[in-house]
Design a protein around this ligand. Structure first.
Ligand SMILES: [Zn+2]
Ligand SMILES: [Zn+2]
Length: 180
């Protein structure tokens, strides 16, 4: 989803996303998603765009729906991830300003855009990607796959789960037995 600078007047702009309009699918096409992750094209939230002297300020929070693979049990699960945007965007007219661009972009949350358009979808996708967990977990308690039967530990499919209720007094014995 693109914003045209010349359409932002002094009143600014408030973009409200209800979770039905496609905001990021263009940006997703060129994004490098981690293996096993996918991002829905719709987001929910509100973004305020204000005109500044040389561009716009973008502030708001959107929730993106991400589909991830649990790093322990490999189950796919959906996760709603809120990301907060707070960017000052400087608009420059041509690439000759590459010098300024490098200087400005060294600041966190400052961006330089050449031309009349800013891809808001890109900004959102970048923030979502930064926020993705390195080791996704379907739940914090996920016990992963059972080494014995390959099913998810603690699930009805794993018949080995009675092990967990083993009397603690027997655990030492069991440990000794497996060592021999
Ligand atoms: Zn899991
Ligand atoms: Zn099992």
């Amino acid at each position: 989803m693109k914003i045209r600078f010349d359409e932002i007047n002094d009143d600014g702009l408030i973009l409200v996303f209800s979770g039905t309009e496609d905001v990021v699918s263009d940006a997703l096409r060129s994004a490098k998603l981690p293996l096993g992750a996918s991002v829905a094209s719709v987001v929910k939230g509100e973004i305020r765009v204000e005109a500044t002297d040389d561009g716009v300020r973008i502030q708001g929070t959107v929730v993106a729906r991400v589909d991830l693979e649990c790093s322990r049990c490999l189950t796919r699960y959906e996760s709603d991830r809120p990301v907060t945007l707070d960017f000052v965007v400087h608009r420059v007219s041509d690439e000759a300003k590459a010098m300024d661009k490098a200087l400005l972009e060294a600041q966190p949350n400052e961006l330089v855009v050449v031309g009349n358009e800013l891809d808001l979808g890109d900004l959102i996708v970048q923030e979502v990607l930064l926020d993705l967990p390195m080791q996704p977990l379907c739940t914090q308690e996920c016990q992963g796959l059972c080494a014995r039967c390959g099913a998810i530990k603690g699930s009805p499919e794993c018949a080995c789960s009675e092990e967990k209720s083993l009397d603690p007094r027997w655990e030492k014995l069991a440990g000794l037995a497996s060592k021999s």
